[in-house]
Design a protein around this ligand. Sequence first.
Ligand code: SF4
Ligand code: SF4
Ligand code: SF4
Length: 297
Amino acid sequence: MQATIFDIQRFSVHDGPGIRTTVFFKGCNLHCFWCHNPESIRSEKEVQFHPIKCIGCGKCFAVCPNQCHVMRDGERVFEREKCSACGKCTDLCYAEALTMAGKDYTPREVLDIVMMDKPFYKENGGMTCSGGEPMLQKDFLTELLRMAKEQGIHTAVDTAGNVPFSWYEQILPYTDLFLFDLKCMDDATHVKAVGVHNQLLKENIRRLSDAGAHIWVRIPVIPGINANMENMRETAELVRNLDGVELVELLAFHKLGGGKYESLGLDYQAKDIIPPAKEQIQEFCRPFKDVGKNVKC
Ligand code: SF4
Ligand code: SF4
Ligand code: SF4
């Protein structure tokens, strides 16, 4: 059994309680135009090209079986559409101008890396499976979570909620915490922003709470999409009666992932968005406090 993982981040402090090891699964069935990890969206492995790091050694030109690396009008060009992601050029690019997003792992290989961090977890740290959407590789995920629990490791799953509830039932016995993303309550805006309806997400978070799951809701605050009081009030109404929701986190939009779009040959559609002010985020906390929820921003 293998899964395609694009990163394993050690000593993470932003993906659940305590110090964590975050395993990033490749592939997502939402397409948020502001996504900070655009390399997570496609399920297939793909090459990232960072021209600024290229030292012009020419090795990739010689090794590529599909002649993806060419000179045109005196300029070095990567013809991405011909790339089969064989990894020959990324393996030998010493300058790391060419890198591969995605690598196959077995559950044991991932767990071996996670286990190296176990001494640092103390009482509340652990492993977080994120992405992308880790639920899309649910059988691997279930096995990894099961093995982690066997080792006494706290487990969290970061999900965008757009999968059948039966998939959550499969991982529930091995998942200590869900980090559940809620983007926006207005369905038409949701479709426009991420490409899918939000009814299934709302139903899944209700059913997870009813099933006794521990949940932290995460809301990325995106100007022009959900950065308004009406959306925050509606979200607060949704979580008001969900006993499983222990915390709501408001995550301000930022542009740190912007450069990755270019490396993947993609257009960064969020480039003109201005990050929300700190005071505005604090104001958005109010509706959640009003319904008795803990809020972090
Ligand atoms: S192998 Fe890397 S450093 Fe060498 S030419 Fe290709 S991209 Fe540039
Ligand atoms: S990954 Fe393989 S096919 Fe793609 S550019 Fe590199 S050598 Fe060519
Ligand atoms: S759900 Fe998360 S990983 Fe998927 S596209 Fe949206 S921001 Fe990116």
